[in-house]
Design a protein around this ligand. Structure first.
Ligand SMILES: C[S@@+](CC[C@H](N)C(=O)[O-])C[C@H]1O[C@@H](n2cnc3c(N)ncnc32)[C@H](O)[C@@H]1O
Length: 262
């Protein structure tokens, strides 16, 4: 009952966002993942190497194997599957950013039953030999299907991972307090305008210059408005029909986000 009610409330909020918080009609979007990566990180042999590497690590098969091993006796539904298609390309982008920037601390909200984004971040950290990921998830799928978030994360990647179960509104401020500065943040939890804005407002002061904020399902204008409030312009990549937002604190040459009006 509780899970059904919160899923209904979420659908209603998203519907209202679709009316009151539509993304700007003139929002520039790109479908060129590689090009946007070069804009963000610079076009260097290191970036090209990391991007190529992201296509050959075969993490999706390892996620799949892990799911087959753990889901045999559960009542998990078919959507609990290895990542594929356009989302896989975004995961490769995330992998490349972590591989090149070599962050010490990353936070994400929204792990999901599989934990694909967590696994790609952790795999890049494993290759870097440094970094820790804190993932926050409200456990909606646990309520629905009785499975823990991040079931597909391979065992060998888990030593760099801390999973916190809870609502981002409640747990994100505490987590940020505990972690100190984080070099990268990925939003993929509750995609309502109010929650997204809450997360961006909370995280931004904790990102150092050059820090990167990534946002899946940027289907409302929260990232556009937030970016305007800090005088920056976000970039949006369209994968399938879903916009993926990128905002970087200015610091490095070749930054994707530039101060407005410059
Ligand atoms: C789309 S899934 C995340 C997918 C994941 N990033 C991946 O790559 O597989 C969304 C997740 O957000 C979590 N979630 C929803 N609302 C939340 C909230 N308010 N705070 C934290 N997590 C939330 C849900 O429990 C769900 O597991």
């Amino acid at each position: 009952m509780g899970a059904a009610f919160s899923s209904l409330a979420m659908r209603l909020r998203l519907r209202l966002d679709g009316i009151f918080h539509r993304p700007p009609r003139d929002r520039p979007v790109s479908t060129n993942v590689e090009g946007e990566l070069f804009q963000l990180l610079g076009d260097s042999p290191e970036v090209r190497r990391a991007w190529s590497e992201s296509h050959v690590i075969g993490l999706e098969q390892r996620i799949s194997a892990r799911l087959r091993g753990t889901l045999r006796f559960s009542r998990a539904p078919a959507p609990v599957a290895e990542p594929s298609g356009p989302w896989l390309e975004m995961l490769r982008l995330i992998y490349t950013v972590v591989r090149v920037r070599r962050p010490e601390r990353v936070i994400e909200t929204g792990v999901g039953p599989v934990g694909s984004s967590s696994a790609f971040i952790l795999e890049a950290m494993r290759a870097n030999g440094r970094g820790h990921l804190w993932s926050l998830d409200a456990g909606r799928y646990t309520a629905l299907y009785g499975i823990e978030p991040g079931l597909g994360i391979p065992e060998e990647l888990r030593s760099r991972h801390s999973l916190i179960i809870g609502e981002s509104r409640k747990c994100l401020p505490q987590l940020l307090e505990r972690c100190g500065p984080v070099e990268m943040f990925l939003h993929d939890s509750d995609h309502s305008h109010s929650n997204m804005r809450f997360e961006f407002d909370s995280v931004w002061p904790r990102l150092p210059p050059g820090g990167i904020l990534l946002c899946d399902d940027a289907n409302n204008d929260s990232l556009d408005r937030f970016s305007r409030s800090v005088n920056l312009e976000p970039a949006f990549l369209l994968y399938g029909s879903t916009p993926f937002g990128v905002l970087q604190k200015p610091a490095t040459a070749g930054s994707l986000t530039v101060p407005l009006g410059s």
